[in-house]
Design a protein around this ligand. Structure first.
Ligand code: MLT
Length: 466
């Protein structure tokens, strides 16, 4: 029997033996996906790091409201407006705010910036031994592997005392953009046959500027490009304790393990298409739109194609409209509103207004068509992923680094939550699973007959149907 046949036979057993009737979840009041029946998240913790408001609960009902996001109590809109007015880069300052709970003064920011710049530099031979060996087409995989490798060059990797956590946090936030840019070039060199570019980070540049400098073969970028990337990083830096990767960080951290183990797990979570990988799916869906709807400003044709997408007849045929709806936000995702402003500015500068028209039409049509087809009154709006792919594309940033750039930003939030988890929560996170199988007697190997075992499986299936 070939390996494929063996594997298929074993996979069939998984199908036969992993059937839990959906009704049992109701019987035992299981909060699937840690969600309440109305779709809101089950309350599992308290945090002071960020506030995500997307609805109001009144009389046990969900009432849609405009979305709000605050970092340590400061509205994200005010942070972005402040930085734009003061014409400054702000990702480092936002990381400081998330980690240490307050905006830095001028001198604190200067001192932090100097230390941060120093921490960008990777240990000797790290690029050769870790990033350029065992190259993978997936930059998230490279990033996770590099994080685990950093454990072995840390002289004090397992120490969970506060000063050590702070040191590790700054080191990882500073190094993530460098690893991402190099891992991307390593990928392009090995799998696409491009030249290998390893530009050293420059101490005088901000995180956003440095990333563009390291990513682009000529190291050049415009001020607007760096400013927009800085805003992207700020908007993705944190999103409460409940998003999948941050919750992963908190769950893994609660076992008392080291920073590198917790963060590599968070990277694994963010890589998933239902989490950080969603902006890539938006781009594929929009590509399908661009190829099938002509001209792009014809709303009737656009609507027809959208109907096909929702009915599972077009794009990836999943019936999903990527970039719309959110676990918390209803009427609006504040990050999408801010991003839209920058998408408009960039589209003008890059002469991509025609494409932007398509995005703006989708923004208007999706909630309406979704309601019509699904017969649902659920309020949905574009989320942060809807405009982020377009913005990255305008910046000439390749799809392969969209999700890694999310990690470059979110590492700030992950480390802030890891510190908070270890400081305020003394217990390992340990929820419960109810076993719903039937008891079976052990049968010795010589007495096992397939029919006999199957009979037990049938019995089990009947019980699950109850
Ligand atoms: C995030 O920023 O993490 C995403 O919007 C997903 C979430 O909040 O659940």
């Amino acid at each position: 029997m070939g390996n494929r046949v063996i594997i298929q036979k074993l996979a069939d057993k998984c199908v036969a033996n992993n059937r839990i009737s959906p009704s049992l979840y109701q019987t035992y009041n299981v909060k699937r996906g840690l969600r309440n029946e109305d779709g809101s998240g089950v309350l599992v913790g308290l945090t002071e790091i960020s506030t995500v408001i997307g609805f109001e609960k009144r009389d046990e009902d969900i009432h849609p409201v405009e979305g709000q996001l605050e970092y340590r109590g400061v509205n994200i809109k005010d942070i972005v407006n402040g930085l734009t007015t003061e014409d400054r880069f702000g990702f480092e300052e936002v990381a400081y705010l998330l980690l240490f709970g307050e905006l830095p003064t001028k001198s604190e920011l200067k001192e932090f910036g100097k230390y941060f710049a120093h921490e960008r530099h990777l240990p000797g031979n790290f690029v050769r031994d870790i990033i350029l060996t065992f190259r993978t087409p997936d930059v998230m995989n490279s990033l996770a592997r590099s994080v685990l490798a950093l454990y072995s060059v840390d002289e004090n990797p397992d120490d969970t005392s506060l000063p050590n956590l702070v040191r590790q946090a700054i080191s990882l936030i500073a190094k993530f953009p460098v690893i991402t840019a190099y891992a991307y070039h390593a990928r392009q060199h090995k799998f696409i046959g491009e030249s290998l570019f390893i530009h050293q980070p420059l101490d005088e540049l901000s995180t956003a500027e440095n990333f563009l400098h390291m990513l682009r073969p000529d190291g050049k970028f415009t001020k607007l490009e760096a400013q927009v990337l800085d805003i992207m990083l700020i908007l993705h830096a944190d999103h409460g304790g409940g998003n999948n990767s941050t919750f992963t960080t908190r769950v893994v951290s609660s076992s008392g393990t080291d920073t590198y183990s917790a963060i590599s797990a968070a990277i694994g979570s963010l890589k998933g298409p239902l989490h950080g990988g969603a902006n890539k799916s938006v781009m594929s869906m929009m590509e399908d739109m661009k190829n099938n709807v002509h001209p792009w400003n014809n709303k009737a044709k656009l609507k027809d194609h959208l109907v096909k997408i929702i009915k599972g007849e077009a794009a990836d045929k999943s019936g999903k409209v990527y970039g719309f709806g959110h676990a918390v936000y209803t009427r609006s995702d504040p990050r999408a509103i801010l991003l839209k402003e920058f998408a408009i500015k960039l589209a003008k500068q890059k002469k991509r207004e025609k494409e932007l028209v398509l995005y703006l039409a989708m923004e208007e049509l999706v909630p309406e068509v979704f309601g019509e087809i699904k017969g649902s009154k659920k309020v949905i709006s574009p989320n942060v992923d809807f405009f982020s792919g377009f913005v990255y594309d305008c910046l000439g940033i390749p799809t392969e680094v969209y999700t890694p750039l999310f990690a470059v930003a979110r590492i700030a939030g992950w480390m802030a939550h890891r510190i908070e988890e270890l400081m305020v929560s003394p217990r390992i996170i340990r929820p419960a699973y109810k076993n719903v199988t039937v008891h079976r007697e052990y049968v010795s190997l010589s007495s096992r007959k397939r029919g006999q075992v199957s009979a037990k499986i049938e019995a089990k299936k009947d019980i699950k149907k109850v």
